[in-house]
Ligand binder design. Structure first.
Ligand code: KG4
Ligand code: ZN
Length: 410
């Protein structure tokens, strides 16, 4: 039997050093963990995710209810709420993860694009954490994170097509690698979530108790689901004859306003009253949005296939961003995908909207790729950052014709 008396003094010292190292070694040496911080718009999110795609903890302070009152995100209010919540969001995530913050491998933070003052709050906090615990700080592009987080939940190889639809963005891109994005087209004016939120406010959907707590897009989806007819109101599909992958939603917004004003006038609607055709208006509006999105996505598929950007054994479209939560839109995208042999996938709804998980995961992807990172400063904050290499003109020059699809009740 081994007794302490049978060990030399140096062996005991070596053994105790070994035990000390084992106890203090970073949580599971081969598993990497990243703490991610998201504050680009109106959600303060933090999460700790590991390289096995396991979420160790996550926190999300959503400002949605506050901004519902303004009918859109108020930047000053958003900044103040991020400032109030960031400390709690991060400390709660650390506490719930059951690992020591010293043991995470890196901190990742959204640096672009988004609201300047909101981004700055997250980046300042990320810089503070990284300095305090001597960690690498990984700068994250919010839209890249929306696209790549789908790989946490589905087996998706590069390259794949991504359709990112949210309150601040609308774009189609080809994702060739963790740090290699090709922009095929983007919105020329509003984002779909932005106009859904505005239209929900104009319709006063928050006065209907069943919809009052939901973001505008979800409220419109629910109301549309109860409509008897999808095409009760006529909406012109935007840019139907323009052969590119860009988007435009401002015309739909104007058409919506005209239909609403006419019905309110006809019915003599006052104050908080709601037009009787509310469900039909939501359904026709949503249908026009779907037709527009589907037409651009079909062109992206055809363009990528024509140029051999996508291989026949790996045909995937990722749909992400808050508007990807919309089941009507998503199911029609799946129908489109079926026709071209594409698998259309999305992350779970709470990961489609803004969150810390996608930021932490993007940090993991960048670490796995062994990318190097220069020191992040506040100068890296870029509210209007573009995504990848823009080849939208090349897409337009290809002149690919795509007919509008008939949208069915599902
Ligand atoms: O990605 P996200 O959380 O924030 C941005 O980066 O913009 O997206 C928020 C947007 C809001 O405009 C909200 O109305 C929309 O996502 N949204 C939906 C649905 N759920 C959330 N839009 C349509 N249908 C939904 N079910
Ligand atoms: Zn987003």
């Amino acid at each position: 039997m081994l007794t302490s008396s049978s060990l030399s003094k140096t062996s005991v010292l070596r053994l105790s050093t070994y035990i000390h190292r084992q106890l203090n070694r970073p949580y599971f040496a081969s598993t990497q963990t990243v703490l991610g911080i998201e504050t680009s718009c109106d959600d303060t999110g933090c999460a700790i995710v590991d390289s096995n795609a396991k979420v160790l903890s996550e926190t999300l302070f959503s400002q949605n209810i506050v901004h519902l009152r303004y009918g859109g995100v108020n930047p000053t209010v958003a900044r103040d709420l991020h400032r109030d919540n960031i400390e709690l969001a991060v400390s709660t995530a650390i506490q719930n993860s059951k690992i020591e913050v010293q043991n995470v491998n890196a901190v990742a933070v959204t640096v672009k694009p988004g609201l300047l003052a909101s981004l700055q709050i997250g980046v300042k906090y990320g810089m503070f954490l990284a300095k305090k615990y001597n960690k690498v700080l990984i700068p994250i592009h919010h839209m890249e994170a929306h696209a790549l987080v789908a790989r946490m939940f589905h087996t998706i190889n590069f390259p794949f097509i991504a359709l990112l639809i949210s309150g601040g963005h609308c774009l189609l891109c080809l994702v060739r690698d963790v740090n290699d994005f090709i922009l095929l087209g983007e919105t020329l004016d509003n984002a779909p979530g932005e106009i859904l939120d505005k239209m929900a406010r104009r319709l006063k959907l928050r006065n209907i108790p069943d919809y009052s707590k939901f973001p505008g897009g979800r409220a419109i989806e629910l109301a549309a689901g109860s409509a008897n007819k999808l095409d009760y109101f006529h909406f012109p599909v935007p840019m139907a004859r323009v052969r590119d992958c860009n988007f435009s939603f401002s015309g739909l917004k104007n058409a919506f306003d005209k239909h609403l004003a006419a019905k309110e006038f006809n019915h003599g609607i006052l104050g908080d009253e709601i037009i009787p055709e509310v469900n039909e208006l939501c359904a026709s509006f949503q249908m026009a949005i779907v037709q527009h999105i589907i037409q651009r996505t079909e062109r992206a598929i055809k363009f990528c296939e024509l140029n051999n950007f996508i291989t026949s054994d790996n045909k995937t479209i990722v749909v992400s961003g808050g508007v990807a939560c919309n089941n009507f839109i998503f199911k029609h995208l799946q129908l489109l995908g079926n026709d071209f042999g594409f698998n259309v996938v999305r992350p779970p709804p709470k990961v489609c909207t803004d969150n810390g998980v996608m930021i932490a995961w993007n940090g993991i992807e960048k670490m796995k790729k062994k990318l190097s990172f220069k020191k992040v400063t506040l100068n890296d904050v870029d509210p209007a950052a573009a995504l990848g290499v823009n080849i939208s003109k090349r897409v337009a020059a290809a002149g690919i014709q795509v007919k509008l699809r008939k949208i069915k009740h599902l």
